[in-house]
Every structure is written in structure tokens, then in C-alpha cells.
Design a protein around this ligand. Structure first.
Ligand code: PMP
Length: 362
């Protein structure tokens, strides 16, 4: 079996060692004669899984003791509803601020409008979201219950390098496409959340890290299973949670620890991204889509100067085991998603392919 280098944006490539471990113990978890997906979420074996996942996240991300780690169903977009339901009521004006850096920020802002009053304090829509607008503290309404940002914009290939200082107003960050890929100071945030399907595990579940003082503001109509307090009180097991996703995440976190942790991984991720950005910048044949100052190290977006060559570029890449490079329809072109599980060799193979394709088609 030859596995491809999978550049898909998510669900994304997971570390092979993790997949092999899951496969090896799938039918007979810890000699129980049963699979991890066949046993109770309240069993002592699953309890060990979720506790170890908590401990690994705490260690790897440096989660301070006044934060709770929650595993919330519905993936990342579900948190676009859960967050306003839980904290938009911090201020009676029910205002929440948003920086519009792409589709996911726009969707989150729109969803908050169901429960309160979103204010879009900045936007990069004027240039199809190819940059991160400067943060202007004066534009932040002091009555905002929070400021929501998308720290890494998966579709457009931009990221916030530094985060806004919002003072007493909690900063909420959608880190779906970059959580655990670079060192982040969690204490600067009220809530950090991420869908699992890029750097963490399978789709359909989100990890939410929330400062404890934000847990008791939920609107009365908040569904019990979207109330973060329910998750905090019952260790994310008020319902039959997605035990398999939590188990897979615990394996991915152990793998990340074995690789040397987040800081080590950040160094590797910087090197991987540099291989691709150098390939783009050293040629007139390729055009980077994101402003160079705001480039993501997880999603590398680019176009071919001659867009007519794109179908051939994508199909030849795929035939060489470089899979899922098509850009999102709102940006076009190509996108290489290079999450933690993508090895340096995958980026090198893509850069080599790009050079060859240019030679044959320029
Ligand atoms: N936020 C970001 C930054 C994303 O990249 C995505 C998915 N690509 C989402 C939210 C939506 O995730 P989900 O499909 O889990 O709702």
C-alpha cells in the first residue's frame, strides 16, 4: 500500500503511527475482547482515555488551571451557536464583536445575530480576505461581550501572527485549522476552540478551552447540550459523547508529545511552509494568494499565473501521489494544507513537482 501525501484541508491527513496504533488495538482494546467503540463512555477504560487526553492537551497547549477543557459535539460550526448562547449575555446589550477575515468569521458573526447583536469591527473582504486587517482597539465597542477572531483562515491561507489585546473583553479564537501547530498563550484568551478534523483527530467534535468565569452566563434558552457548563460539570459526558473521536485525539496528542511537543512542531511547520513559499516566491509562474505578511503556515494558497494550466497541474500532481490540492472555490487556484501530520518530505515532493511542472509548461 502506498499512501498519498494528502494536502486536503480537512478531514485531513493523520499521523500514520496513530492510524496504525488505532488499527492494531481496534478489535481488542487492552485485551478486553472488545473495541474502544463498543464499551461504555463511563467505563474505567474510557475514563483513562479522556483523562489522558485532558492531561496531554493541558501539557502540550499549556492550559492554565483556571480553564476547562470540553469536548463538544457538532464540530467547529456548532460553536458559532454555542459561544453566543453561552457568553453573549455577559453584557446586557448582548453585543459581540467580530473581525471578518474570511468565510468562517462571517458565518460566526451571522450566527451570533440569532442571539444578540454582532458588530463587525474590521474586515478584509475588500481584497477577498487575502490579509488580516489591523486591530484597532478604539473600534472595539466596550459593551462587547467578547471579540471573536479566526486565528488561521483555512480557505484564504492567512493567519493572525499576533493576537489583539482586548483588555477585560474576552478574546475568543477559532483555531480549528491551527490548534497545536504553534505555541499559543492560552491565558490571553477567554475561549479557544477547534474542530478536530485537521490537527487533532476525526471530524464532528470540537475541543473547547474556556476560562472558568465565562461558564455561568448562558442564555436561558440554551440547549442543555450546548451549554458549556453542562460539559464542565459532567466532564463532557452528560451525553454519550463521541468516544472514538476522543480516543483518536488522545492518540494524536500522545504522538505530538512523542515528536517533542508544540514548540518543536512549530519549528518543523515553519520549515515546511518555507519550502512551499520559497517555491512560489522564486518563480513568476506561481502567485501566492495571501499577503506575505499574513501567510498561514498551515494552509498555503497560490494560483498559477496562467489559470488555464490549473486542471493539468492538479491532475498531474494527483497522479504523483500529491492529493487534494484544489483550492477552495471562493479563492480558486491551489491550496496545500500542511497540518502537523504532513511530513517535510511531502512539502519537498510538492515543491519539486511545482518546479518540474513549471519547466514543462512555462
Ligand atoms: N472554522 C474553521 C477555521 C474551519 O476551517 C472550519 C472547517 N474547515 C470550520 C470552522 C467548520 O468546521 P466544522 O465543519 O467542524 O463545523
Amino acid at each position: 500500500m502506498k499512501r498519498v501525501f494528502n494536502f486536503g484541508a480537512g478531514p485531513a491527513m493523520l499521523p500514520l503511527a496513530v492510524m496504525e496504533k488505532a488499527q492494531a488495538e481496534f478489535l481488542n482494546y487492552q485485551n478486553m475482547g472488545a473495541s474502544i467503540i463498543e464499551i461504555s463512555h463511563r467505563s474505567k477504560e474510557f475514563d483513562e482515555v479522556i483523562n489522558s487526553c485532558d492531561a496531554l492537551i493541558t501539557e502540550l497547549a499549556g492550559v492554565p488551571s483556571n480553564y476547562k477543557i470540553l469536548y463538544v459535539h457538532g464540530g467547529a460550526q456548532m460553536q458559532f451557536s454555542a459561544i453566543p448562547l453561552n457568553i453573549i449575555n455577559r453584557n446586557p446589550s448582548k453585543k459581540a464583536s467580530f473581525s471578518l477575515t474570511g468565510t468562517w468569521a462571517e458565518k460566526a458573526s451571522k450566527e451570533a445575530g440569532r442571539y444578540g447583536n454582532p458588530i463587525n469591527i474590521s474586515s478584509s473582504a475588500d481584497k477577498n480576505f487575502n490579509y488580516i486587517p489591523a486591530y484597532d482597539a478604539d473600534a472595539l465597542d466596550p459593551e462587547s461581550s467578547y471579540l471573536h477572531i479566526v486565528s488561521n483562515n483555512t480557505l484564504f491561507g492567512t493567519r493572525w501572527h499576533d493576537f489583539p489585546d482586548t483588555g477585560d473583553i474576552p478574546l475568543v479564537a477559532d483555531m480549528t485549522s491551527e490548534f497545536m501547530s504553534r505555541k499559543i498563550d492560552i491565558s490571553k484568551f477567554g475561549i479557544v476552540f477547534a474542530g478536530l478534523q485537521k490537527n487533532l483527530g476525526p471530524a464532528g467534535l470540537a475541543v473547547v478551552i474556556i476560562r472558568e468565569d465565562l461558564l455561568d452566563h448562558a442564555l436561558p434558552e440554551t440547549p442543555n447540550l450546548l451549554n458549556y457548563q453542562t460539559y464542565a460539570k459532567e466532564h463532557s459526558l452528560a451525553n454519550t459523547n463521541n468516544t472514538f473521536a476522543i480516543y483518536m485525539m488522545s492518540l494524536v496528542m500522545q504522538w505530538l508529545k512523542d515528536q517533542g511537543g508544540v514548540e518543536k512542531m512549530e519549528g518543523i511547520n515553519n520549515a515546511k511552509a518555507k519550502i512551499l513559499y520559497d517555491a512560489i516566491d522564486s518563480s513568476e509562474f506561481y502567485l501566492g494568494a495571501a499577503h506575505p505578511d499574513h501567510r498561514s503556515i498551515m494552509n498555503v494558497t497560490f494560483n498559477l499565473a496562467n489559470n488555464d494550466l490549473l486542471p493539468a497541474f492538479l491532475s498531474q500532481a494527483e497522479s504523483q501521489g500529491l492529493y487534494a490540492l484544489k483550492g477552495h472555490r471562493v479563492v480558486g487556484g491551489a491550496r496545500a494544507s500542511i497540518y502537523n501530520a504532513m511530513p517535510v518530505a511531502g512539502c519537498q515532493a510538492l515543491a519539486d513537482f511545482m518546479k518540474n511542472f513549471e519547466k514543462n509548461n512555462a
